[in-house]
Write a protein that binds this ligand. Structure first.
Ligand SMILES: NC(=O)c1ccc[n+]([C@@H]2O[C@H](COP(=O)([O-])OP(=O)(O)OC[C@H]3O[C@@H](n4cnc5c(N)ncnc54)[C@H](O)[C@@H]3O)[C@@H](O)[C@H]2O)c1
Ligand SMILES: [Zn+2]
Length: 362
């Protein structure tokens, strides 16, 4: 078992990474006998893990309830959020209630936002069940929902009281979703850690066969990297933006496709290649590193081009609305070398269009 503490003064919390986390009620669960929890999950995860976790908590003296939401990114919406509020209000849940998000990033983000806003804020625990949520979405307190006009446009910063990562749950994840998590992992390495990038080049095949020690190392490294950023910049006013590498382009893909077809990680993978090509056009990156990135993404089963039906004009429409853009100016996180990125302000729109076309025609 590995434990990483996110140090944020009063809002500090542990991330626990272990096998068999649903088997024993260990001290890693920050719950006491008599606590009331509502497990929030979806109709894909519920049949596999809900009863196991609920039974464990009930056996340990926790008063449990559950809410099963429809699966899918398109349900990270105001309508679904309201379903959570209605459930909590109908059953008179008070401010001592603890929500548990059991699922991927969608369940984590919406449950976290419900916890941030229900009766002005209640506690919640993240139990991420996708690789993507384990290495990224469950950590750092960004919570929220999508709007038809833009992804993650409504939300709040609200830290969980713990993140409980069970490696066993990755065995039921589809290959497409596993790859999606690899996109964020590769993002961390490009943005922050060149030796981790080299480690990924040598250990990707182990990760793909779910070799447990490699998974443990990889997930722990990502959690450490994310912890190192959010403890300096919890509210994304500075250095935290490096974690958005590929995201301004990727969010455009997700929004354009209506949060369906392409997974978040697939969109980010194509977005990373677009950021790489923008950096190449700005002469701030070298071709051999660009090739290494393209090869690693491809080996991870990820796309290195955007969807065929999207034109560069489509991207720019959404990119100008991105939270990092101010008055239509494009401010982009771009790589300088593997392990280093910087935000480039007011990038020329024409150059961005050409880099998107470079990516899609390569
Ligand atoms: N808050 C943050 O800091 C942050 C960071 C990155 C991404 N995100 C958000 O996370 C979301 C993407 O998360 P995601 O990739 O986990 O998507 P997801 O939550 O939609 O999960 C992907 C699919 O896998 C299924 N699933 C989950 N766990 C499973 C398991 N163990 N076995 C089988 N199937 C399982 C889900 O039901 C879903 O169908 C996006 O909305 C993105 O914006 C948030
Ligand atoms: Zn992401």
């Amino acid at each position: 078992m590995e434990k990483i503490i996110i140090k944020l003064q009063k809002r500090s919390y542990p991330i626990i990474i272990a096998d068999k986390l649903f088997n024993d009620f260990s001290p890693c669960w920050p719950l006491n006998i008599g606590d009331k929890v509502v497990l929030i999950t979806n109709d894909r995860v519920a049949p596999i893990y809900l009863n196991i976790l609920r039974n464990l908590l009930t056996r340990s003296g926790i008063v449990t309830d559950q809410l099963i939401l429809p699966d899918g990114e398109q349900n990270k919406s105001l309508i679904t959020l309201n379903t959570i509020f209605t459930k909590l209000l109908k059953k008179n849940y008070d401010r001592s209630t603890i929500l548990i998000a059991l699922g991927g990033g969608v369940i984590g983000d919406i449950t976290g936002f419900a916890a941030a806003t229900y009766q002005r804020g209640i506690r919640f625990i993240q139990v991420p069940t996708t690789l993507l949520a384990q290495v990224d979405a469950s950590i750092g307190g960004k919570t929220g929902i999508n709007h038809i006009l833009g992804k993650n446009m409504i939300g709040a910063f609200h830290q969980p009281i713990a993140v409980a990562i069970n490696l066993d749950v990755l065995h039921t994840l589809s290959m497409k979703e596993f790859s999606s998590g690899l996109a964020e992992i590769i993002k961390y390495a490009i943005a922050l850690d060149s030796s981790f990038f080299s480690w990924l080049e040598s250990h990707l095949d182990d990760l793909l066969i779910l070799h447990s020690p490699s998974l443990m190392y990889c997930i722990r490294r990502c959690c450490e990297l994310k912890a190192s950023i959010i403890t300096i910049d919890e509210r994304d006013q500075g250095i935290r933006s490096v974690l958005n590498l590929g995201h301004t382009y990727g969010h455009a893909i997700e929004s354009y496709l209506g949060y369906s077809q392409w997974s978040h990680g697939e969109s980010i993978a194509a977005g990373i290649m677009m950021a790489v090509n923008t950096a190449l056009r700005l002469n701030q990156f070298n071709c051999s590193d660009a090739k290494r990135i393209k090869l690693l993404l491809t080996r991870a089963g990820l796309p290195v081009r955007g969807p065929k039906e999207m034109t560069s004009k489509n991207y720019l429409e959404y990119m100008k609305r991105d939270k990092k853009s101010i008055s239509g100016q494009l401010n982009l996180v771009l790589p300088i070398s593997i392990g280093n990125v910087k935000t480039v302000f007011n990038v020329n729109h024409e150059l961005v269009s050409l880099s998107i076309e470079d990516t899609n025609s390569s």
